[in-house]
Design a protein around this ligand. Structure first.
Ligand SMILES: [Zn+2]
Length: 350
């Protein structure tokens, strides 16, 4: 049965989360029309609706003042001297620890919007939140590439479609190829002051991919893609836990009307965090790629804001499902057999 990527029910839900962050504008679902959003992917790009760096920091600080559960920490700074923030919840050494990392690539914006939603959720006092935080330590590092996300870089943005966000950091380095050398201040700080200090057991690394990725050769556009660590150095037990985390995310996302995930055809280089963190620290990692990007030099990679709502919710759904599965232990019984038949991503444009 073919799935529609966006259903009417989801469209309705989009309007419930737009105004959490005072003064930062509302993320609108836009006019999705009777047949869902236009997937040509080149709707007007209005990136100012996303959180700027200053708005993100302001929101984090406000939440930190309001919430007893949240501990906000500056763990380093970027090339351009912007502080890097870590949101910490619960540090009980008997509990498993999970890290959500977003926006290693500055043009992959909605992952951070999702992370801010989850930080806000965990800063609230709901019953479900209590259950999570009694059983799981949560680390959220939103927007590693804070300079690229501002377009504040030492190279030309001429080739980019909207000229506002770059994949690379200010030194034109791909941070997600810097997890062995750690030559850049952002990756160095992440390793020394988050990974080595807090030793997470799990990590979800959130990214975006091109808009035209399909589920195998079915021609169906996916809402996202997932992959576990594929490097030979990774311990098989660590990889199996990654596959279980992937199963939790897969089941949660696929249960949504918009959800359709493929297996990301990722490489095995240890410079990539999905592989490197699993190999070096034994962290069970999962890559989650969202559809489309805020900006890119390839026009067909750029997705307009009409799709922002469901993609942010996909990130939120994945993170919350992971927290619940760790909190109640159900991750241990997650069925990983779907990985054997999950079609790989396919991209016609290349
Ligand atoms: Zn990326």
């Amino acid at each position: 049965m073919k799935k529609k990527l966006l259903t009417a029910a989801v469209t309705g839900a989009l309007f419930t989360f737009g105004s959490f962050y005072a003064g930062t504008g509302t993320i609108l679902a836009g006019d999705n029309g009777p047949n869902g959003p236009n997937y040509n992917g080149n709707e007007t790009i209005k990136n100012e609706r996303l959180h700027s760096y200053e708005e993100m920091v302001s929101d984090l600080e406000k939440l930190d003042q309001r919430s007893e559960a949240l501990q906000l920490e500056v763990y380093g700074e970027s090339v351009k001297k912007r502080d890097l923030y870590l949101a910490k919840f619960g540090m009980n050494e008997d509990n498993p620890t999970i890290l959500f990392l977003t926006q290693q690539h500055g043009n992959e914006t909605l992952t951070t919007e999702g992370a801010l939603e989850v930080i806000k959720y965990l800063s609230s006092n709901g019953k479900n939140v209590k259950e999570i935080l009694e059983n799981v330590n949560v680390l959220i590092a939103p927007r590693l590439n804070v300079d690229g996300a501002e377009g504040d870089v030492n190279f030309s943005l001429e080739d980019y479609v909207s000229g506002t966000h770059t994949r690379y950091n200010a030194n034109e380095v791909d941070l997600n190829r810097d997890h062995v050398d750690r030559n850049q201040p952002e990756t160095k700080a992440l390793h020394e002051n988050v990974l080595q200090k807090y030793q997470p057991d799990y990590m979800i690394d959130l990214h975006h991919q091109g808009t035209q990725t399909t589920l195998g050769d079915t021609g169906e556009l996916v809402s996202g893609s997932i992959l576990y660590p594929t490097n030979d150095e990774v311990d098989s037990v660590v990889r199996e836990q990654s596959k279980k985390l992937g199963a939790v995310v897969y089941n949660a996302v696929e249960s949504k009307g918009y959800g359709l995930l493929s297996k990301y055809p990722g490489g095995s280089a240890q410079t990539i965090s999905r592989n490197g963190l699993a190999a070096e620290y034994g962290i069970s990692t999962l890559l989650l790629e969202m559809r489309g990007m805020a900006d890119h030099y390839r026009e067909d990679y750029v997705l307009g804001q009409k799709s922002n709502g469901y993609l942010i919710q996909q990130a939120v759904t994945a993170m919350k499902a992971s927290l619940n599965a760790l909190a109640d232990g159900s991750i241990e019984s997650a069925d990983t057999s779907f990985w054997d038949t999950l079609p790989e991503s396919n991209y016609d444009g290349e």
